[in-house]
Design a protein. Structure first.
Ligand code: UD2
Length: 317
């Protein structure tokens, strides 16, 4: 049994990771519940939930003094790119400063740590059009969110190299699955879509706005594959000081995505085509050869991932 700290552990990816780990391990979750929810977490006597923010340095200091962790997954973030454009200072505090504070405290107080894994984003690649993205592709962060993710990622890897505190980073592509919060217009498109399909199915008036012609592509990765990637990166020796793309290496258009959900649910959702979103990139796709070198295989293609996801939605609604 190991001791884990998951910041943002009541959020989408964090809660999926926590619930998976709780079967065999002790998990401390810190979350300010700004986007996450305590109901995302399974009941377990191995879980300690701390309601608080990673920007509360006194709290973080206390947690890192009171516990010794084997693994830390730093997933707490303001995930909305649009929010970072509206509120660069506030989002910088969460998405950058808290990371530096955490890794500095870990360096001082967590001498036995086996690994800290930081969650970065495909946003760091920006709009440079060459695909698929390799970890060494051109980096062109275009928003405060992307700049903060890239800077924080570089700090994490520098701490690994300069101070010998084992750390790694991952760049998430478009992750989807249970517990993804559809409350903001900038929530993941699949969470928004599934929400609208469910509304429509239960007889409420619902439609969906596609920004652009729906032919834009994304590398949608199911959260179970993401957990597998996080665990491999966290435990492998060769991933120390390294960053990994987390995707499937396959891309899907928005139109195909909608048709696939329609087929699985046997429901047609009215679609309205709107002007493209400002700053939207047309295509995104990960090269995952580096992750594969840790024995990663994406188990879920889009149809398989959506099928299990929609099954879960049905069970819980
Ligand atoms: C993803 C990440 C973002 C950042 C970015 C980097 C998510 C949720 N967001 O943004 O944090 O890392 O990648 O490139 O993973 N769309 C519609 N209708 C809607 C909502 C979305 O047509 O109601 C379109 C949207 O314009 C885009 C696509 O769906 O073309 C995917 O949108 P998204 O917000 O899920 O993710 P993305 O790739 O813009």
């Amino acid at each position: 049994m190991s001791n884990y700290l998951i910041t943002g552990g009541a959020g989408f990816i964090g809660s999926n990771l926590a619930n998976h780990l709780l079967t065999n391990h002790k998990v401390v979750v810190i979350d300010d519940l700004s986007m996450g929810s305590i109901t995302n977490l399974n009941n377990s006597d191995k879980l300690t939930f701390i309601h608080g923010s990673v920007t509360d340095y006194d709290l973080m200091d206390k947690v890192l003094t009171d516990y010794q962790f084997d693994y830390i997954y730093h997933l707490a973030a303001i995930a909305s790119v649009a929010d970072s454009v509206d509120r660069p200072l506030a989002t910088h505090n969460v998405n950058f400063s808290s990371v530096l504070n955490l890794i500095e405290s870990v360096k001082i107080k967590q001498k036995g740590i086996k690994r800290l894994v930081f969650a970065s984003s495909a946003a760091v690649y920006g709009d440079e059009p060459t695909l698929p993205k390799k970890e060494e592709s051109v980096i062109r962060p275009l928003t405060p969110y992307a700049v903060d993710k890239f800077a924080a990622e570089k700090y994490v890897l520098a701490y690994n190299n300069l101070y010998n505190v084992p750390m790694s980073a991952v760049r998430f592509f478009n992750v989807y699955g249970p517990n993804q919060n559809p409350s903001s217009p900038y929530s993941g498109v699949i969470s928004l879509l599934v929400n609208q399909f469910e509304q429509h199915k239960s007889g409420n008036k619902a439609d969906f706005n596609i920004f652009g012609d729906g032919e834009q592509t994304r590398d949608f990765v199911y959260v179970k594959d993401v957990l597998n990637a996080l665990l491999l990166v966290g435990t492998s020796e060769q991933s120390k000081g390294e960053v990994y793309n987390v995707g499937t290496g396959r891309s899907t258009t928005l139109n195909t995505l909608i048709n696939t959900i329609s087929e699985i649910l046997d429901v047609e959702l009215p679609i309205i085509y709107k002007e493209p979103r400002i700053g939207d990139i047309t295509d995104s796709l990960a090269n995952i050869d580096k992750l594969k070198s840790l024995n990663f295989e994406a188990e879920f293609d889009i149809k398989a991932g959506l099928t299990v996801y929609l099954e879960r939605v049905k069970e819980t609604s």
